[in-house]
Design a protein around this ligand. Structure first.
Ligand code: XBP
Ligand code: MG
Length: 258
């Protein structure tokens, strides 16, 4: 086993709790603007999260929940064209939400990123979300310069297959010319851990409201958050080795143990 050199972070649900109060709200704003009369409630959105990707989620909704949906062929070529254009407006509203500061980082994320940089660990991001959503989130929460802290930001349609496929992780590692045994992945969901495990990555999970009942078999540790020195995490599965918040020393010990 190589030394731990690289931390690869998922975004949605991991760096920030973006789904319920971010993406879902932006989707509904786009639906309103388009006069569709659709309303993705917190519960329904939880069901729709079974598929990764915003465009894919719109398509799933139409196919699975709207039997009588009729596409306006004068306006749209096909459902894919409809989803792309509706998703563009959703992204517009989501970026507005990020810029308003409505979406903070999860507890411990900023501290862990800064500690990892000080320790000389290399940082990367592997996410399904649209690239601009990543740079706006980082700029709004850590400052514009933080975008450069991440050697690789692998996001959205840059790879053909989205999570749970491993592509977005393998692509990031190829760009960094690093092998999985020198990396650790940070995820929050079933689709996410399926992707990171398929890329042979040790994976640390922090659950959230939508993923707390997911099956995280294969994770090296499952927590409710990264915690802070004065606010410890709760261990849901695995052995945290006596640590009370995620820090570099803990990650290195976990890496050696796995
Ligand atoms: C989670 C996703 C994303 C977001 C929406 O990404 O599935 O699709 O829900 O973002 P992650 P877009 O891998 O970071 O958990 O609408 O931009 O797709
Ligand atoms: Mg996620």
């Amino acid at each position: 086993m190589s030394n731990l050199e690289v931390l690869i972070f998922d975004v949605d649900g991991t760096l920030a709790d973006t789904e319920r109060d971010g993406h879902r709200v932006a989707f509904n704003q786009a639906f309103d603007e388009a006069g569709l009369g659709w309303d993705w409630t917190v519960e329904l959105y939880g069901e729709l999260l079974q598929v990764t990707g915003g465009k894919e989620r719109i398509t799933l909704y139409v196919e699975k929940f709207l039997e009588d949906f009729e596409l306006d062929k004068d306006l749209f070529e096909d459902i894919a064209d409809f989803a792309v254009r509706l998703h563009k407006r959703k992204t517009h509203f989501y970026l507005e939400l990020l810029q308003s500061g409505a979406i903070p980082l999860r507890p411990g994320v900023e501290r862990l990123i800064n500690e990892a940089r000080e320790a000389g660990l290399r940082l990367a991001i592997s996410t399904t979300t649209t690239p601009a959503n990543v740079t706006y989130l980082l700029s709004a929460t850590l400052g514009k310069e933080s975008i450069d802290w991440f050697e690789v930001i692998a996001a959205g349609d840059i790879v053909p297959a989205k999570k749970p496929a491993p592509d977005i992780y393998t692509w990031a590692m190829e760009q960094m010319n690093i092998s999985p045994d020198a990396c650790m992945a940070f995820e929050d969901s079933l689709n996410g851990i399926k992707s990171s495990l398929a890329a042979d990555l040790n994976t640390l999970i922090t659950v959230n409201g939508y993923t707390k009942d997911d099956d995280f078999t294969g994770a090296i540790l499952v927590l409710d958050q990264y915690g802070e020195p004065d606010a410890s995490f709760n261990v849901l599965e695995g052995d945290a080795g006596g640590f009370s918040h995620v820090n570099v020393a803990m990650l290195k010990e976990l890496h050696e143990r796995n």
